[in-house]
Ligand binder design. Structure first.
Ligand code: TTP
Ligand code: MG
Length: 362
C-alpha cells in the first residue's frame, strides 16, 4: 500500500477585510474594501458583501467604487494583520513543526506525523478551524489532501468557512473536471496558451503528451503533466522564520548635540520602516544600539503589545529608548542602530496590556 502524506492548506477568509469587521463591529455586514483611497489606490481585499458587487483584489479603487457605490474604504493596518497571522501560526505549531507559510494568511501543514497523535488529517483541520474561530474570532477555510497542489485547490472549494477533503481515490475525477485556470502555476498568460492548444480542463491536460507540454512550457511542462495525474511530490518546507530586521549607521563625524542625535534617529527609523516593510516583518521588541566614539557600545530594548511596523509605532518607541541613553560632548555617538525582533511577542505579560512596558538592559 502506498503511504500517502497528509497535507492541510489553511487560508483565512477575506483576511484583511474580516479583521477590520472584527475590530469595528459597525462594519459587519457592510461592503468594505481595504486599500488606498486615492485616485491611484488599489483594493487589497474586499469583504464578501463587497464581492457580491464585483469588487476584487488588485482592482483600482475607482473602479471598485463605481461597481459598488456604497463601498466603505478602510486603510490597511499591517501590524494588526501580522499579529493575527502570528496567532494562527502558534495554533499550527501545536500540531506540527512542518509549516510552510505561503503568505500572511495562508500556510501548508504536513501532519503525516503530528504532535497530537491524530489519525485523520481532516480531524486536525476541523480542530484548527475551530480554534482559529475561538481564539481570533475569524473564519478560515481548509483543504486536506495527500499533496500540496490538491490541498491548495481544496481550500478554495468551499470558501468561506469551508472544509474540503480530496481523497486519493477521488483525486483523478476531481482533477479531470477542473478548469485549467485552477491549476497551480497557470496564470492568465499560461491559460491563454493552454486554450490555444485546446486545453480547457484537467482531462484535456492529461491527454496532452509530456513531450508536447515540455516543448511549450519548458520545465513547467513536467509539473503540469504530473499535476494532471494528481502527482506533486514537493515537500512542505518549514520556513526559517526571520527573527529580526535592523539597520545601523556610522556617522561621518561623531554626534552629541541632542537635536542632531534626534534627527539621526529619525532617519534610522525611516530606513528601518523601509526594511521592515520589504521583509513583511512585524515584531514586538525594538532595540537601540549606540556605539560611542571610544567604541564602547550599549543596547536598550523595549517590548510592547502593539506590533512595530511603521513609523507611527517605531518613532515613539525609538525616542523612548533614546531618552534612557547618555551622551554628551565628551562622550559622543559614533553609530546608531535600530532593530525590530520578537515576532511572536514573547515576554509580553498580561498586565502589560496597552502601553510600554519595560526597559531591558542587555
Ligand atoms: P487572499 O488569501 O488571496 O485573499 P483573502 O484572504 O482576502 O480572500 P479569500 O477569502 O479569497 O482567501 O489574500 C490574503 C490577504 O492578502 C488579503 O486579505 C489582502 C492581501 N492581498 C493584497 O494585499 N493584495 C492582493 O492582490 C491580494 C490577492 C491579497
Ligand atoms: Mg485568504
Amino acid at each position: 500500500m502506498t503511504a500517502y502524506r497528509k497535507i492541510i492548506h489553511i487560508d483565512m477568509d477575506a483576511f484583511f477585510a474580516s479583521v477590520e469587521q472584527l475590530d469595528h463591529p459597525e462594519l459587519r455586514g457592510k461592503p468594505i474594501a481595504v486599500g488606498g483611497d486615492s485616485d491611484r489606490g488599489v483594493v487589497a481585499t474586499a469583504s464578501y458583501e463587497a464581492r457580491k458587487w464585483g469588487v476584487r483584489s488588485a482592482m483600482s479603487m475607482l473602479v471598485a467604487k463605481k461597481r459598488c457605490p456604497a463601498l466603505i474604504v478602510i486603510p490597511g493596518r499591517h501590524g494588526r494583520y501580522k499579529e493575527i497571522s502570528n496567532q494562527i501560526h502558534r495554533i499550527f505549531q501545536d500540531y506540527t513543526d512542518l509549516i510552510e507559510p505561503l503568505s500572511i494568511d495562508e500556510a501548508f501543514l504536513d501532519v503525516t506525523s503530528n504532535k497530537v497523535g491524530m489519525e485523520l488529517a481532516v480531524d486536525i483541520a476541523k480542530e484548527i478551524k475551530r480554534r482559529i474561530k475561538e481564539e481570533t474570532g475569524l473564519t478560515a477555510s481548509a483543504g486536506v489532501s495527500y499533496n500540496k497542489f490538491l490541498a491548495k485547490i481544496a481550500s478554495d472549494c468551499r470558501k468561506p468557512d469551508g472544509l474540503c477533503t480530496i481523497h486519493p481515490d477521488k483525486a483523478q475525477a476531481f482533477i479531470d473536471q477542473l478548469g485549467i485556470e485552477d491549476f497551480w502555476g497557470v496564470g492568465p498568460k499560461t491559460a491563454k496558451q493552454m486554450h490555444y492548444m485546446g486545453i480547457f480542463t484537467g482531462a484535456q491536460l492529461r491527454a496532452c503528451s509530456l513531450r508536447h507540454l515540455e516543448e511549450v512550457f519548458g520545465k513547467a511542462g513536467r509539473l503540469f503533466h504530473d499535476f494532471a495525474r494528481g502527482i506533486d511530490n514537493r515537500p512542505v518546507e518549514a520556513s526559517h522564520e526571520r527573527k529580526s530586521v535592523g539597520c545601523e549607521r556610522t556617522f561621518d563625524e561623531d554626534i552629541s548635540l541632542p537635536s542632531t542625535v534626534l534627527i539621526a534617529l529619525y532617519h534610522t527609523v525611516l530606513e528601518l520602516e523601509r526594511r521592515v516593510a520589504k521583509a513583511q516583518f512585524a515584531g514586538h521588541t525594538l532595540t537601540l544600539k549606540v556605539k560611542y566614539a571610544d567604541f564602547t557600545q550599549i543596547t536598550r530594548s523595549l517590548t510592547q503589545r502593539e506590533c512595530l511596523v511603521s513609523k507611527k509605532e517605531l518613532l515613539p518607541a525609538a525616542k523612548r529608548l533614546l531618552r534612557v541613553v547618555d551622551y554628551d560632548l565628551k562622550h559622543p555617538i559614533r553609530l546608531l542602530g535600530l532593530s525590530v525582533s520578537n515576532p511572536q511577542g514573547e515576554g509580553l505579560r498580561a498586565e502589560w496590556v496597552e502601553q510600554w512596558l519595560d526597559f531591558r538592559d542587555d
